[in-house]
Design a protein around this ligand. Sequence first.
Ligand code: ATP
Ligand code: MG
Length: 728
Amino acid sequence: MAESIYSNGTKVWFEDKERGWIPGEVVSSSVQGDGSVEIAFITERQKEITLKSTLKDITNNTSKLPPLSNPSGYEQVEDLTHLPHLNEPSILDVIHNRYAERKLYTYSGIVLVAVNPFTDVPIYGQDIIQTYAGHKREELGPHLFTIAEEAYRALQRDTKNQTIIVSGESGAGKTESAKYIMRYMASVKSNTVRETTSSTSVEHQVLATNPILEAFGNAKTSRNDNSSRFGKYIQILFDDQSSIVGARIRTYLLERSRISFQQRSERNYHIFYQLCEGASPEERANFGLDSDATGYRYLSSSSIKIDNVNDAANFTATRQALAIVGIDEEKQLAIFRLLAGLLHLGNVEINHRRDAKDAIIDEKNDAALQKAMELLGIDAAEFAKCTTKRLIDARGEKFSSARTMDQSIGVRDGVAKFIYSCIFDWLVLRINASLSSNDAIQREKSFIAVLDIYGFEHFRTNSFEQFCINYANEKLQQQFISHVFKLEQAEYALEAIDWTTIDFSDNQPCIDLIEGKLGILALLDEESRLATGTDESLIDKLNSQLKTPEHKSIFKDHLHGNEAFTVAHYAGDVSYNIDGFLEKNRGTVPEEHKDLLTSSSNDFLREVIDVGINIGIDTHHGPVSKSKAVGPSKAVSGRKPTQCSVFKSSLLTLTEALSVTDIHYIRCIKPNESKRAWEFNSPLVLSQLRACGVVETVRITSAGYPTRWTYEEFAARSILLSFLHTAH
Ligand code: ATP
Ligand code: MG
């Protein structure tokens, strides 16, 4: 019986360096004297391979024999869980075949897999939205709109809150997908409710948040010309008629380091280039702005322009969007004034004395300093003084000590990063104030949320940012696993299968390592609060306290000496370079600078700083649910919140919010590294399918289901599965 699985002519998959997997076929199989089976294969490359296995391993699906490919008819199946043989190569093959036929979407049970076309495809128009409206999953093929419609249906049917989690690596298409879903929500009802949507309608306001957040939070990176440098969770609020009444946004961990430094071929946030290109002559004169962005240190990386992007036109679009959410012309100018101030601030020259390491700023002659401080409303001499000198308060006695040039530059850039992140926080708060006004909250019955959050990151050098991002992904993965597992458990119970024996990868140990009582975050915070703490003392601490039997397989240090530590994440091992961890985690500016900023003569600067400071102290950007009070709460025991503690608590709030909603998953896949239309690089896709849990789910789903299942049994099971999944 078992050997008949690999009978003559059976099609299989062989691993291949170039293509990932190639087809092969059984040419002979025979049972040996010792009871084992010997099977000969021929691959598509005309190579002959003979392998041996025991009958038991074959029956239990634990043999090392090549995985089986599926019978014909399944090449482009719409749902991967319908495959008789659920294995990596088959999954990859189906997604590839569909992509080759310009089908971007495939279901994998509850997950929608979306492959980036890297070119415009006419499948998102208003006509298509109306086609999907009111139709069930089975009636039309897999699409973003099927998921959007499912969420919308569920909302109407059970008034239960819904979340659509969009994940994937940089450039995979998360933000584009999230925007199409928002557009679906904004217009699915417009035909019946309103004939025309005026530009101030709440739907328009919700959509206007996209260009605003992209201008201030997206930048060109080496991987994506429009890369989101923050995580976004947006709740679209509906009333009891399922009409949109508002929205509520939370953002996560804006990348601050980009303000003062970008890698070659990357850019700063779009808004700076938009401002330089698009400001009117009068604004330019007011802000002392040069249209040539290369004159600014903060913008002078190698790429100032992006192909096919018109920064000046986008500036107009950003301003229109700001106006739509109620940020008037005057406030807009106040924002741009600060941004121009930051550009000048970056140009402040900091040198060191010829005879010493002490930093100096030529405060009288430095035009950039004068202009920056004029725009920011701060006294130039004061700023120069506390940037080059540190005020030390030793038991009530105050004296100052010189900073080195590098330290002063660090302070200058730190101030710029701080102001920028305060502006970003202010924008989010302001958008929330107009989109989730009291009136909207009164009428809010339920919401559909979209989470567009950075996927797992693993670069050649990884730093604090990657650490936080991957931590977030561990949390989401945990939720995903428990979600899928719950569905499976229900199914196993129905079929009286002992599910406790089924092994699935639980990432709790990794989460414990990171957020446990004496985990990485706790140690990082402890070290960040010590005045004497350095990156070196941090790594020593990590190494001495985390090399315990409990964390043995998750925390690794030996490979990298004292520069990095390695965490075994669910999606692979990542080594984090310790450089800059403490400074990034402290993420704040010296007290003297905070005082300068809060007593600025620029009213708007004081306003944004106030928001930024209080948001740091608050658990995070406003409430996620109606019941929670708006507004900042005070710090516990007067401790300055660190970046990671703010992030940790905002993730906690997020996972709590998610856990009481119905979740829909969209996994975006980047099919090639060169952004080329319709090019499919199999190994690249496979590694993403693994990292985003598609393969993992299939493995959980297929655990305990050896390939000896007949087609009929499988068909019955698939129906049950899809029943369970849609019933949930
Ligand atoms: P990041 O994590 O860097 O923010 P992302 O996953 O949000 O990346 P997007 O910005 O959504 O990636 O997509 C990158 C680019 O891919 C887009 O600018 C667009 O050119 C293309 N793209 C993505 N999705 C689609 C789509 N559905 N149709 C056409 N082009 C798309
Ligand atoms: Mg994005």
